[in-house]
Design a protein around this ligand. Structure first.
Ligand SMILES: [Zn+2]
Length: 676
């Protein structure tokens, strides 16, 4: 197997120390998407990678004009910033913030300014009602609201001159000195309406707020030298050519953008990709590793927008790419940063073996003492397996338009994320080593896969599938026992267990698709395919057994409260209706919520914003809902997949309301089917 043959030489060559050195170079650049600093960073990475033997790099250029539409996404505008200073003028003179010290202090996409004006305070400022009792015209708004929304409400609509942002209560309590990274993200139409914007620490923001509340007038002087313009986005690719499966690729992606320093987010992922490219090309050059059977492609992008542009320009990659991995925040020193490394699996709309392959190697990395770097942490490796989270580039890969399975590796929580405090001292060479090893083994296993690799992998996926199916049953058994203990409600019990049976069906479907996907690694090996087919039959039987178990649990618990178990699930009215509706997407690429909110009515906007803020996985539910809208699956069927995946946040009310909203925006069509 690849794993046993090459493990030792890979561990020997891989260096978290070299990767951290790349991090220290990347964080010198202020890397906002479509800005000169980002382009400098891209050419720095290219220059280093070009020195590796046998790798081909290319920079591709896409518009950054604030109006080019790619699928559902509008390109960002180009932005440059040279300087910025914020001074308190009255009641006393004081320097408040300086770009030269902290680049994040000038909010991304801020316009130039040289303005002295009075300061007013608005706690949030992102909705209509915040402005009922205050006139912000000709003033500067101090707020903890989101930069994009406050600029829209206060500056574009109501004539405020600019905005100053400090973190909301929770974040500023934990980190009083943290200056947050914020962006305005205007499109071309909004370009000339944008005001200046500063970000300051919670401590300073709270002090300014007290001044506004106690002094008759507070004057500040804002000076910014910046510009929004029609610019360019750049994407860097590097390719190590495969020798046998010429039309098959494995992809690694990391976003290179974000403000200086942005060490963990995401100099870490970008630097790790550089190191992995170095290891592979070096080992091939030294003859310790043969050339790969499949092509390995590296991508360094401006987050979301670069990936959208690149995948749109290369539709052929949708068919060629076996899988991808997104490395976004992978170098954190857990002792300082807290949290853990998380493997976010692909969503249930796109099951794949790659999740289990990556998990296997993370587990191996955790046990391997040789991966502890001499200059790194000696702590145990904390990693967790999590469900799909939408907030990075993998969301574009997994959308059915492209359909490439892409898990994400991401460190969370990270208290220093998106701030001036995401600095080099938070980066751990041991962490880079461990994550680097797991990623490298995962992509190389695919790039070099032979029958024994695929057989082992199929068996691994099958074993994990078994665990995940029985765990699903177990979760519902627990819930059912709780229901009886607390409410004595036979009807609720019956409903819960019937929902459980639907979930078991969906989970088994997902696991079977993942197992089936192993076949792609050995397309011509019929014996292997037969082996996988027997494992698939086994999963189908397993489902029957789990359902039988649930029926017995239902019988036992019902009898204990003298309730006659139902023969089948009684659907609610909306659920019955959803059985007859088949939605079909008319749009391509994933939905982009900031863009969507430009077209929704005020009521829906309020609903989407508040749910997004207060409901974990709300956006994921909506994206997955749209991923399943293929014109064949009834809405009720989609609901059951979402319930199995996300639990209560996926409910019939949310699903029907969002479907209606997409229909009103003409993004989907809905066919009525007669079947019950
Ligand atoms: Zn990131």
């Amino acid at each position: 197997m690849f794993h046993t043959k090459f493990r030792e030489i890979i561990i020997e060559e891989l260096s978290g120390t070299i990767a951290k050195d790349y991090v220290s170079e990347i964080i010198r650049f202020h890397r906002i998407q479509a800005s000169p600093g980002f382009h400098d960073a891209i050419y720095y990475v290219k220059e280093v990678v070009d020195r590796y033997p046998g790798i081909r790099t290319e920079v591709e250029v896409y518009p950054a004009d604030g109006k080019t539409r790619t699928w559902q996404w509008t390109a960002p505008l180009g932005w440059r910033v040279a300087d910025g200073e914020l001074h308190l003028v009255s009641p006393k003179q004081e320097l408040l913030a300086r770009f030269a010290e902290n680049p994040v202090t000038v909010v991304a996409h801020s316009q130039s300014a040289d303005i002295v004006a009075p300061l007013v305070y608005l706690e949030d400022g992102s909705s209509e009602k915040d402005y009922r009792r205050i006139d912000v015209r000709g003033k500067i708004v101090l707020t903890s609201g989101r930069a994009q929304e406050v600029q829209q409400e206060a500056v574009y609509k109501r004539g405020a001159l600019g905005t100053i942002h400090f973190p909301p209560l929770e974040r500023r309590t934990k980190q009083p000195n943290l200056i947050p990274y914020l962006g305005i993200w205007p499109n071309a139409e909004e370009k000339d309406k944008v005001g200046f914007a500063f970000a300051i620490s919670g401590q300073l923001g709270s002090r300014l707020r007290r001044l506004v509340e106690t002094e008759p007038e507070v004057l500040v002087h804002a000076k910014v030298d910046a510009e929004l313009y029609t610019g360019e986005q750049r994407v860097l690719t590097a390719v190590i050519e495969g020798t046998e499966f010429l039309r098959e690729e494995i992809v690694l992606i990391a976003h290179l953008c974000h403000p200086r320093p942005g060490a963990n987010d995401n100099a870490s992922g970008s630097a790790l990709l550089m190191e992995l490219a170095r290891v592979i090309t070096t080992l091939i050059k030294q003859g310790k590793l043969p050339a790969p059977l499949r092509t390995i492609r590296f991508l360094w992008v401006p987050e979301f927008f670069g990936t959208i542009a690149y995948l749109h320009a290369h539709p052929e990659l949708a068919h060629r790419t076996i899988s991808a991995i997104n490395c976004d925040m992978v170098g954190a020193n857990t002792a300082i940063v807290g949290g853990s490394l998380n493997l976010h699996r692909t969503p249930d709309s796109l099951p794949s073996f790659v999740n289990d392959l990556l998990e296997y190697h993370l587990d191996d990395a955790a046990k391997e003492p040789q991966l502890i770097s001499p200059d790194g942490s000696h702590q145990p490796f904390h990693y967790e397996i999590k469900k799909f989270d939408w907030r990075s580039d993998h969301t574009i890969f997994i959308d059915p338009t492209f359909g490439v399975p892409c898990p994400m590796l991401n460190h969370w929580p990270d208290a220093f994320y998106h701030s001036n405090l995401d600095t080099l001292d938070k980066i751990d060479t041991t962490q880079l080593n461990r994550v680097g090893y797991a990623v490298l083994m995962t992509i190389l296993t695919q790039a070099y896969a032979e029958s024994d690799d695929a057989m082992f992998l199929a068996s691994q996926v099958h074993a994990n599938a078994h665990t995940r199916i029985t765990q699903t049953t177990q979760r519902y058994v627990h819930e059912a026992i709780e229901i009886i203990a607390q409410t004595d409600q036979g009807a609720l019990l019956a409903r819960t267990l019937r929902k459980a049976m639907e979930s078991i069906r969906q989970v088994t479907r997902r696991e079977s698709v993942a197992l089936q996907s192993v076949k792609v690694l050995c397309p011509h090996d019929s014996e292997l395919h037969n082996f996988i087919d027997t494992l698939l039959e086994d999963l189908a039987q397993e489902r029957q057994e789990e359902v039988r178990k649930l029926r017995q649990v239902e019988d036992l618990l019902s009898r204990s409260i003298g309730y006659a178990p139902l023969k089948r699930l009684v659907l609610r009215k909306k659920e019955r209706e959803a059985k007859n509706l088949c939605p079909r997407r008319k749009f391509q690429g994933p939905l982009y919520f900031s863009e969507l909110l430009r077209h929704t009515n005020p009521e829906d906007t309020e609903w989407l914003r508040s749910q997004q803020k207060n409901q974990p996985f709300f956006v994921e539910v909506l994206l997955e809902l749209s991923n399943f809208m293929d014109g064949h699956r009834p809405l009720y069927e989609i609901l059951t997949v979402l319930e199995a995946q996300f639990g209560e946040v996926a409910n019939i009310d949310t699903v029907t309301r969002f479907t209606k909203l997409l229909k009103e925006l003409d993004l989907i069509e809905i066919e009525k089917v007669k079947s019950a």
